[in-house]
Design a protein around this ligand. Sequence first.
Ligand code: ADP
Length: 264
Amino acid sequence: RGGQAEKEIPFAKPGSLTRVYAVASGKGGVGKSSVTVNLAAALAADGLKVAVVDADIYGHSVPRMLGVEGRPTQVETMIMPPSAHGVKVISIGMFTPGNTPVVWRGPMLHRALQQFLADVFWGDLDVLLLDLPPGTGDIAISVAQLVPNAEILIVTTPQQAAAEVAERAGTIALQTHQTIVGVIENMSGMPCPHCGEMVDVFGTGGGQTVADALTKATGAKVPVLGNIPIDLGLRQGGDEGKPVVLADPESPAGTALRAIAGKL
Ligand code: ADP
C-alpha cells in the first residue's frame, strides 16, 4: 500500500496504566472545557502526570484556559507538547492558522485525533483527558475505535433539555462497550452576591435526569459525580489562564471541582 505505517497509540495497548477520560456534552457552552482543565489542574496538583487533548474543533479553548504559552515543537518524528500548571496540552487550535474556523469532516478529525494520540510524545501518563466537541457524533465513535478503554464523562447544565442527548450518548457507549463514569452538572445555581441565597439560574435536576437516563440506557449505574455552582472565579480563572482549583481552591466551584477530581 505504500506510505508510512501508523504509529501505535500507547494508551490503547492492553495493560496501559493511563486512565483515559473522554469529556463529552450534548451542546456547547455548558462548561465542558472549563471542567476539563480544572480536573486536569486538580489532578496534576495532586502529583499525577496529566495531559489534555483538546479535540473541540468548534471551541478549542483549552490552551487559553490553562494559560499555555508554548507551542508544540518537533523532535525527529515526534511532537513535543507544551505544558502549563504541570499539564501537557495539545490542541487542535495549535495546528490551524490564526483564528480560522475549522470546518472538518469526520475522517479528518479521526486522523487528527489519531495523530494527537500516537505522534505526540506524552511520556508516562496517569491520566489523559480528551476534550471532545459537543454532540454525540463521529468523534465519539473515533475515540472508541482509537482508545477502546477510554471512559466517558458527561457534562450538562441543570436544564432538562439535556436528557435526550444523554440518551444518545448512552446508546453509543453501549454499541462501543465503553464505560460512562458519571455525569457532572455545571452551572448548578448561583449564590446571590447580596444575601447568599442560591438562585437556580438554569433550573434544577438536569444532572440527575441525565444520570438516570444513562443508567436506564446502559443498564449500568451512572452516578452524578458532583454539582458545580456558577462562580465568577471560575470564569475569571479561565480567562486568565489560571484554573479556579489553583487560583481559589476553597471557592465554591474550586471545592466542587476538587471533590469530583478526587473521584476519578
Ligand atoms: P464548553 O466547553 O461546554 O463550550 P466552556 O467551558 O467554554 O463551555 O464555558 C463557556 C463559558 O462559560 C466560559 O466563558 C466559561 O468561563 C463560563 N463558565 C463555565 N462554567 C462556569 C461556572 N460554573 N461559573 C461561571 N462561569 C462558567
